[in-house]
Design a protein. Sequence first.
Length: 376
Amino acid sequence: MTMTKPAKRPENAQFSSGPCAKIPGWTPIRLQDALTGRSHRSPEGKARLKLAIDLTREILGVPADYRIGIVPASDTGALEMALWSMLGARGVDMLAWESFGEGWISDVLKQLKLADVRKFVAPYGELPDLSRVDFSRDVVFTWNGTTSGVRVPNGDWIAADRQGLTICDATSAAFAQNLDFAKLDVTTFSWQKVLGGEGAHGVIILSPRAVERLLTHTPAWPMPKIFRMTSGGKLIEGIFTGETINTPSMLCVEDYIVALHWARGIGGLKTLQARADANAAVVERWLAASPFAANLAKVPETRSNTSVCFTLKGDESVPKKMAKLLDAEGVAHDIGGYRDAPPGLRIWCGATVETADLEALMPWLDWAYAQATAKA
């Protein structure tokens, strides 16, 4: 079957799941006030970093007694900082339903070599049985599975009277989903996701319980410098007031500040979430009507509103052909499914994407599928 190419194209073809689309109207001129050529340890440099922290707290609604730090190596660096610094005091329950969660399990078993580890692993498209988690132990999980499009529906399953720590990789959930900070002791993300920032920097958010663990637990393994949050038995408070562990890019910091100001200007967290919800709804409506595509997340309540993943009828070459066709047409870049996920496509629906662009993209998916499955 052949189809005529749709007449309308997305104005912005950037639907990558990371780094994600820049904020609407972004140009390099927005970074003209970046503190380039200056030390990040200067009073002005520390003030810009502290502003980024303060705006993060305001927009995400982070409790006043939680600490927020900007750290190296994106969300990966932030999450591994938590694992290396805090685990080992108790047994740990590790949850995974996609590639990054499985990566954290590998770190804990093969690198930290912890003995008391329970694994709860679900296939792509599903969640493990959350009722089996033991909150007398530490618990490590992703809030939103970027490569599976499956998220936890809320934080109700997390015990309020827990004894262990909850360590949450929230990188594709922060600024788009309701993170229940009362249930989270460590929360990590990278600003390259929902706010479309530049890569290489991570954010770590610590509850008072997490700080207490840092002060009372000494890991059994050597600690790399970039993972150290204590010195001489005390918390390095500067990390959480703008004194970063290593040298940050002040261009990237400025870009994050610009995105945070944009988020504040459009109405803050509720508006960011509403934009992501509206975007995901466009794809959901198309999936509901499609005879050849299905959401990878089986349960509607667990479907991501940012990284929407779906499978396609046909062999595994079909999504690859579609992604290549759409890229060549300049209507959708970087939407191939993650390499470890079931063959399919993944469309980013975070707040920086315009709903009208997704609406324009949907007919192109029909066209690309027809082309990819047409017999020679």
